[in-house]
Design a protein around this ligand. Structure first.
Ligand SMILES: C[S@@+](CC[C@H](N)C(=O)[O-])C[C@H]1O[C@@H](n2cnc3c(N)ncnc32)[C@H](O)[C@@H]1O
Length: 201
């Protein structure tokens, strides 16, 4: 897994990064992230009239990202394979994507090794043999519709699965770096790490 360890420049950025404040309650151990991550992202990279995509918008309760984006005039296309929020489109983000150009993406897939998030066919957390390949397909999907200059807000953390360490923050970031994106910002929201990437070409 050595190739999945982050380089020094990334580790240095992480050491010096600011933390996202806590706010709206969320259920971290069931896969939710701190909604203020989205607030910080949209504050900095969102603008009225923009369209964002959230391919893994949550399966538990109400999605907060839609409202946070809306307060900035950003329209969010929220998708999840097992959503229980009727504003979220039920879709498999491995094989489908929005049909319009996108100015930003919030990328928070199930974490490798986490308990199944649903039993719906296509659910990433049901098939860890194909986990990394499936994420490559989502990144390909995103890259087809992301505008040059648009931003990805990627949220991951370090996990140990069956004795092996996985730096998901870096592994997720690398999906986009390999497609021509650059890391422009890093935030902490313990135990998650938020990486902002900009599409350069
Ligand atoms: C880590 S959770 C996202 C949680 C969300 N950020 C929140 O705070 O509520 C990952 C989500 O990915 C969804 N998911 C898994 N496989 C998917 C797929 N193929 N297409 C779309 N959504 C999927 C799961 O249902 C789950 O809600």
């Amino acid at each position: 897994m050595l190739e999945n360890m982050p380089p020094m420049w990334f580790v240095k950025m992480q050491k010096e990064c600011p933390s996202v404040p806590e706010g709206i309650p969320y259920v971290r151990h069931l896969g939710e992230f701190n909604p203020n991550i989205v607030r910080v992202f949209v504050d900095k990279y969102g603008a009225k009239g923009m369209v964002f995509w959230e391919p893994f918008a949550g399966h538990l309760g109400l999605n907060h990202t839609i409202e946070i984006c809306a307060t900035h005039g950003v329209r969010l296309i929220a998708c999840d394979i097992a959503s229980c929020d009727e504003r979220v489109i039920r879709a498999n983000s491995i094989s489908t994507r929005p049909s319009e150009p996108i100015d930003g993406m919030i990328f928070h897939p199930p974490y490798y090794g986490s308990a199944p998030m649903s039993n719906v066919e296509g659910e990433i957390s049901l098939d860890y043999d194909n986990y990394f390949g499936n994420l490559e397909m989502v990144a390909d999907n995103a890259d087809m519709i992301m505008k040059v200059g648009s931003h990805v807000c990627s949220v991951g953390r370090t996990l140990t699965v069956e004795g092996d360490k996985y730096r998901l923050d870096w592994i997720f970031a690398k999906l986009f770096i390999d497609r021509g994106y650059e890391v422009v910002d890093v935030f902490g929201s313990m135990p998650d790490c938020v990486v902002i990437l900009e599409k350069k070409r």
